[in-house]
Design a protein. Structure first.
Length: 86
């Protein structure tokens, strides 16, 4: 069973745990509002960190993050997502 789950899946799971801890810490100290957290929850698993980093970098409001999340959910390719975050 370990052999079947070894590799990329465990790395993604570990990354998800780290992101969850980071988001929870940001919520607890007030760096992330509950409204912003709700917008991030709309994203597929594994995409929260990139959007959160962009939101912090650009000092986006909740409404602006909502727009980014809407656009993120509407694009299909990684290239478009990278352009969106830039």
């Amino acid at each position: 069973m370990y052999g079947l789950n070894c590799g990329q899946y465990l790395q993604e799971l570990e990354e998800a745990w780290l992101v969850q801890v980071s988001v929870r810490d940001d919520l607890e100290v007030g760096l992330l509002s509950p409204s912003l957290g709700r917008q991030l929850l709309r994203l597929p698993a594994g995409n929260h960190a990139e959007v959160l980093d962009a939101a912090h970098r650009e000092a986006l409001t909740v409404v602006e993050v909502q727009g980014v999340v809407d656009l993120w959910l509407g694009v299909a390719g990684q290239t478009q997502r990278q352009h969106l975050l830039a």
